[in-house]
Ligand binder design. Structure first.
Ligand code: SF4
Length: 392
């Protein structure tokens, strides 16, 4: 039996955040920024039809994975918590019927404050969902408003409390740094308030201004943190969260011992995962593919039960590159022995010159079997990762 992780994409949000370029459609229409999508109009019906397609895809793919056991499931989006609880429960039941889901599988659902209710939480518990991820981003209402989030801090607190009341004891909170109008102090306050609540896991990413988003167009209206402030925020994340007992286990992810996200580790360790839903990505046996992102095309794709079209088998060189730049994201780094088992060559034979240069620059360190980033290396991780690409 081989291990498999399942990702389920729910491309609906109450409305679009101003910085968002993910595949998600606003169910409240154009209210926020003029961007609408197929969900505007009759959201319940649109979501229901979408879930029908998902069910079709989940059923049709089952045969391909009969020799696999599912170790994690991740409901991402979008805002999966917009779906009615029984819809989530129904799809979970279907997955359990067609796939061998291990009893201790990690099952996460992404949620946004204000979209959770007691009924939904009850349904999640019943469906075996054992991990919640809540998108807070900032504890400052004015910062939340500037980036077009649907909630304020108080709504988040209510959501968090409700989740705890319903017995969820594995909760992640998402935070963002480098927001418009954010200062190092206000970011520090967000970090402290979050850590004081004591979630099991905290993710902290810097905002990236994506072209084509309303925030990108409006950037001149705001003061964004300078590069230096951005760096200070980055360093503060680690010092503040460590002081509260969190351990950084990946460049942007922190957890209490034993609560590292198993699903994300599958991506960084290049395990097999299959994505269901519009635009969802998969990689199984070193073959990568993505589902069509456009709703009509996704519908046709599930109707035809086509084999994935955009599949591409990764070459040995591509696999080695990924092994390095994904694996090095984790603080435990990569295993030299594992590299040799997978690719039949010692890591030094392939990357010797790069490795020795990075050791000399004190960006990487080798301790017995593991090669990992140093504190300096974490700071310039993009540079370090780029050194492992073959055709630079
Ligand atoms: S909640 Fe997430 S997916 Fe939805 S619009 Fe905001 S950033 Fe995008």
């Amino acid at each position: 039996m081989r291990d498999l992780s399942i990702y389920i994409h729910i491309p609906f949000c109450v409305r679009k955040c101003l910085y968002c370029d993910f595949l998600s459609f606003a169910v409240l229409g154009a209210e926020n920024d003029g961007r609408t999508g197929p969900a505007a109009g009759n959201p319940e019906k649109t979501m229901e039809s979408y879930v029908n397609l998902l069910e079709r895809e989940v059923r049709a793919a089952a045969d391909r994975y009969k020799d696999y056991q599912v170790i994690s499931i991740f409901w991402g989006g979008g805002t999966p918590s917009l779906l009615p609880g029984e819809t989530v429960g129904g799809l979970m039941e279907l997955i359990r019927k067609y796939y061998r889901v291990l009893p201790d599988a990690e099952i996460t659902i992404e949620t946004n404050p204000g979209t959770l209710t007691a009924d939904k939480l009850r349904a999640y518990r019943k469906a075996g969902i054992n991990r919640l991820s809540i998108g807070l981003q900032s504890a400052k209402d004015e910062e939340l408003a500037r980036i077009g989030r649907i909630h304020d801090y108080r709504t988040f607190q209510e959501t968090y409390r409700l989740a705890r009341d319903f017995g969820f004891h594995n909760i992640n909170i998402d935070l963002m740094a480098a927001l418009p109008g954010q200062s190092v102090d206000s970011y520090g306050e967000t970090l402290r308030r979050t850590a004081e609540l004591g979630p099991e896991h905290i993710s902290a990413y810097s905002l990236i201004l994506e072209e084509g988003t309303p925030l990108y167009e409006r950037q001149a209206q705001y003061r964004f943190p300078t590069e230096e402030e951005d760096r200070e925020m980055y360093l503060l994340t680690d010092s503040c969260l460590s002081a509260y007992g969190y351990r950084r286990y990946e460049i942007s992810n922190y957890a209490r011992p034993g609560y590292e996200c198993r699903h994300n580790k599958v991506y960084w360790e290049r395990g097999d995962y299959v994505g269901f839903g519009a635009g969802a990505a998969s990689m199984v046996d070193n073959v990568r593919w993505s589902n069509p992102a456009e709703p009509e095309e996704y519908e046709a794709y599930t109707a035809d039960r086509r084999e994935p079209e955009t599949a591409g088998i990764l070459t040995g060189a591509e696999q080695m590159e990924e092994f390095m730049f994904l694996g090095l994201r984790m603080m435990c780094g990569v295993s030299r022995q594992r590299f040799e088992e997978l690719y039949g060559q010692r890591i030094e034979e392939v990357y010797g010159a790069v490795l020795y240069r990075l050791y000399r620059q004190e960006l990487l360190v080798c301790e017995a079997d593991r090669i990992r980033l140093t504190v300096r290396g974490i700071d310039v991780s993009n540079y370090v990762m780029a050194q492992f690409l073959f055709d630079r």
